[in-house]
Design a protein around this ligand. Structure first.
Ligand SMILES: C[S@@+](CC[C@H](N)C(=O)[O-])C[C@H]1O[C@@H](n2cnc3c(N)ncnc32)[C@H](O)[C@@H]1O
Length: 245
């Protein structure tokens, strides 16, 4: 296992520190050569493989939970943008989800291999009927944690990318407010520049505490960060969710 010092760098090493160098090959672009080189030298990728996680992203939710402690045994969790499944794996283990009594529901428009104890929906979360499908998969019960690692592939057009990401976070937050039980938590990938003022204001009204976190496993050169909102205050009049509490 890699040492903590190496992990504390967010998996980034300068080129001269790289152990494995990847040569450019016919048909491989410079970008994909760099990506491959980074994967091969990333201690979190190696750790994910060794510990049976589907993605290095698994360590992000582990680290965020170690700091903010929102998972407990028996809780119900919704994972938005779940593929390939690292966060769902971590959540299922943390809440004690089993095949007999699944407590975690994940959604992604990509195909995913089954995960024991996790109900997976192949669906675009932005489609109108997605929230109702998730609630149905939870047996009509409320959730204790709604987490979203959703991100769209970037277009390269800054303003468009920003708007698309803000939209994803907003609909994830609306969904969380609709399905969370009082005391519940919402965790979402946001991008630096922080969370939109209006959204943050809305979350502060609905949750006791909100934080921005950059877990050590999140690459230093990535603009991603995570928003954690804890202690859902419950729905107020006019915000009736469809889920039972
Ligand atoms: C960074 S990956 C998630 C990694 C995951 N947390 C893990 O640990 O394996 C982001 C995922 O969000 C999904 N996604 C993005 N937009 C989505 C949408 N509108 N509906 C469903 N999934 C979406 C992508 O398909 C992608 O699999």
């Amino acid at each position: 296992m890699a040492n903590n010092k190496a992990l504390g760098t967010g998996g980034r090493k300068s080129d001269k520190d790289l152990k494995i160098r990847v040569k450019t090959a016919k048909g491989r672009t410079v970008a994909s050569t760099k990506w491959l080189q980074r994967q091969l030298n990333d201690p979190y990728v190696a750790r994910a493989r060794a510990e049976g996680y589907r993605s290095r992203a698994a360590f992000k939710i582990k680290e965020i939970d170690e700091k903010h402690k929102f998972f407990r045994k028996g809780m119900r969790v919704v994972d938005l943008g779940a593929a390939p499944g690292g966060w769902s794996q971590v959540a299922a283990a943390a809440v004690g989800s089993t095949v007999e009594k699944p407590l975690v529901v994940g959604i992604d428009y990509l195909d995913m291999d089954p995960i024991p104890g996790v109900i997976l929906l192949k669906k675009d979360f932005t489609e109108e009927d997605a929230p109702a499908m998730l609630i149905e998969a939870m047996g009509g019960q409320g959730a204790d944690v709604v987490m979203s690692d959703m991100a769209w592939p970037t277009t390269g057009h800054r303003a468009t990318d920003h708007l698309r990401i803000v939209h994803l976070i907003e609909i994830a937050a609306d969904f969380a407010i609709q399905v969370l039980r009082p005391g519940g938590s919402f965790v979402a990938k946001v991008f630096q520049g922080g969370t939109e003022h209006e959204l943050l204001h809305m979350l502060k009204r609905h949750f006791n505490t909100t934080f921005h976190v950059k877990p050590p496993s999140s690459r230093k050169d990535s603009a991603e960060a995570y928003l954690v909102a804890k202690g859902f205050k419950g729905r107020t009049e006019g915000e009736d969710g469809q889920a039972d509490e």
